[in-house]
Ligand binder design. Structure first.
Ligand SMILES: Cc1cc2nc3c(=O)[nH]c(=O)nc-3n(C[C@H](O)[C@H](O)[C@H](O)COP(=O)(O)OP(=O)(O)OC[C@H]3O[C@@H](n4cnc5c(N)ncnc54)[C@H](O)[C@@H]3O)c2cc1C
Length: 379
């Protein structure tokens, strides 16, 4: 049993997982949270359902596969599910492998973590805005309060600079997993419409990656899961090629459009697309096609192009890219290479993952890892 005192700055997914793990190993744990309650963000995740992991979790789903690999090897998806079921939360995979609580309620995830903290004796101090880390393992709050531990775990989330205070380099922040702002002329009149499609991200004309799923048109560009995923890889100037009928080959689609033109003479107000998509999408496709020959229409339907200008709405971004430089942390223990008493977990490190449970998986798995090694005194 650990006899160490572990101080954790940040009571989000990573901090709570670290607190439960360290306390259950016998450590005395003090959890410092800036807000009035711990785990508020967990409640917003997965549209209130909390997509907490993914059956396909693997290092390649993250920006730094080499760094994430040891933590993911220690805590793969099944291990994280076992961690939660040991604390009373049962989970299931949906058809795409996304893991959700059986209750489909994010509140259940937070409840079991809070309960486990209480049962294992974690002392939680809310309203504690940690602004300074001292080399003796002291975390100091903006209001002058201090707590000193044998080890400190920083789990303050994305876009935070607390680790800079301990001399760590912070990589530049940018929002990812967000809607994308594009040129607006092609999407005029489409805001609010959803389509099931395949979207290919092109850079200088070359395809980078293709995702299938639901896309939501917005007045500033595009949103939806398929876009959130691609946003991790998109840069201003890249092109989104939207295929509204990805299950048809170009030849099949042209043939269908020819048949329609030949055998179904148009009545007033009809176009060759009437009935194919929402009328506002038909109008946008016709605009993009610049004519109603089957070839032009087929190209506009299967290669509807938008140019990326940046993040569409940073308030909607789920993850912040950037954070503490990974080269300054041991990827097995998550201990700082600058200070043996300092650990980091979650988005405070420069890690971001794909949409679909990968970011919470990293937060929980890295929290459990940092909690284990900090409590284990593996210094
Ligand atoms: C709307 C939304 C939906 C999402 N849905 C999903 C999803 O379904 N699946 C998924 O995998 N990911 C999802 N994410 C991403 C996921 O929530 C984050 O990657 C994850 O919460 C990161 O965990 P963390 O503990 O590192 O940071 P956070 O959860 O942000 O926790 C950090 C905590 O530290 C506290 N804090 C910050 N600074 C200080 C300080 N100086 N002193 C003390 N406390 C401090 C904060 O108040 C916060 O409580 C979603 C994100 C958002 C915004």
């Amino acid at each position: 049993m650990s006899r160490r005192h572990i101080v954790i700055a940040g009571g989000g997914a990573a901090g709570l997982a670290a607190a439960v793990t360290a306390a259950e190993l016998g450590a005395q744990v003090t959890l410092l949270e800036r807000a009035d309650r711990v785990g508020k963000k967990i409640l917003q995740t997965g549209n209130g359902r909390c997509n907490l992991s993914n059956a396909a979790v693997a290092p390649e789903a993250y920006n730094a596969p080499d760094f994430t690999a040891p933590v993911l090897a220690q805590i793969p998806c099944e291990e994280l599910r076992a961690f939660f079921s040991a604390h009373g939360l049962f989970t299931y995979p949906d058809a795409e492998g996304r893991i959700y609580p059986v209750s489909d309620a994010a509140s259940g995830v937070l409840d079991v973590l809070r309960l486990a903290c209480e049962e294992s004796g974690v002392q939680t101090l809310c309203g504690f805005d940690t602004v300074q880390l001292r080399t003796d393992g002291t975390a100091a709050a903006a209001d002058g309060r201090t707590v000193t531990g044998d080890a400190v775990i920083v789990a303050t989330g994305g876009g935070t600079r607390l680790l800079q205070n301990a001399g760590h380099r912070i990589m530049p922040f940018s929002p990812v997993l967000c809607p994308l702002k594009t040129d607006t002329a092609p999407v005029r009149g489409l805001s609010g419409l959803r389509v099931k499609c395949a979207v290919t991200l092109l850079r200088k004309g070359a395809p980078l990656r293709t995702q299938r799923g639901e896309l939501l048109f917005r007045d500033y560009g595009v949103s939806g899961i398929v876009i959130f995923d691609l946003s991790r890889h998109a840069q201003p100037g890249d092109v989104l090629s939207i295929n509204l009928l990805p299950d048809l080959s170009r030849d099949e689609l042209c043939k269908l459009l020819y048949q329609r033109k030949t055998y179904h003479p148009l009545r007033a107000g009809e176009t060759f697309l009437t009935g194919m998509f929402h009328s506002r999408i038909n109008a946008a496709v016709l605009r993009a096609a610049g004519g109603d020959t089957p070839e032009r229409l087929a190209r506009a339907i299967q290669d509807f192009r938008l140019t990326v200008q940046g993040c569409g709405d940073s308030k909607q971004a789920q993850v912040t890219r950037g954070g503490a430089a990974l080269s300054e942390f041991d990827p097995v223990t998550l201990c700082s290479r600058l200070h043996p008493w300092l650990f980091a977990a979650g988005e405070a490190l420069d890690i971001d993952g794909a949409c679909g449970g990968y970011n919470l998986h990293w937060a929980f798995a890295s929290g459990i890892t940092a909690g284990r090694y900090a409590a284990g005194g593996a210094l």
